[in-house]
Design a binder for this molecule. Structure first.
Ligand code: S3P
Length: 167
């Protein structure tokens, strides 16, 4: 069974995913890192040089391939992965995959992401925290319908990562 972690940027998919994988002794795959290796470009470079349409196409192809090839892995997706192509269908209809949505609030996401905008091509254009929060609010509204299709919804707040990492 593959465990698929989904959620907005900054929701802790990679940090909590690594910890979960370590506990279960499963390999951990971060789809963004995997794409960077395969494409030999960083995520910001992929957006800049090849464009978002190319990025979404490749993201879909790599997700599809990984779901077919892998078993018993923890796979953390990018924040947008569930919301493009038929990616969420691929996951919900896959009998060998269980999906977990790390659900964080807009304020929590903003406070986490305000210092982590640089490597995130969709966020680095926002100058103030208010602009960032307004965008995250609208973006979450658009994306929630996809995220909420996950098998399990896990609420996360500002203590979740700390609590998990301290165990
Ligand atoms: C994106 C999220 C990023 C990365 C890319 C686009 C998105 O992943 O895939 O910058 O559309 O939300 P993280 O959620 O790991 O930051």
């Amino acid at each position: 069974m593959n465990l698929i972690l989904i959620g907005y940027m900054g929701s802790g998919k990679s940090t909590l995913g690594r910890k979960l994988a370590e506990t279960l002794q499963y390999p951990f795959i971060d789809l963004d890192d995997y794409m960077e290796e395969q494409e030999q470009l960083s995520i910001p470079e992929l957006f800049k040089v090849r464009g978002e349409i190319y990025f979404r196409k490749k993201e879909h192809e790599y997700l599809k391939a990984l779901l077919q090839e892998q078993d018993n892995v923890v796979l953390a997706l990018g924040g947008g992965t569930p919301c493009y192509a038929n990616n969420m269908d691929l996951i919900t209809k896959n009998e060998n995959a269980k999906s977990f949505y790390f659900k964080a609030g807009i304020k929590e996401l903003t406070s986490r992401l305000k210092h982590e905008k640089e490597n995130r091509p969709l966020l680095n254009r926002f100058k103030t925290d208010d602009e960032l929060m307004e965008f995250i609010g609208k973006h979450m509204f658009e994306r929630s319908a996809y995220y909420n299709q996950a098998d399990v919804v896990i609420p996360v707040d500002n203590t979740t990562e700390l609590a998990v990492l301290e165990q």
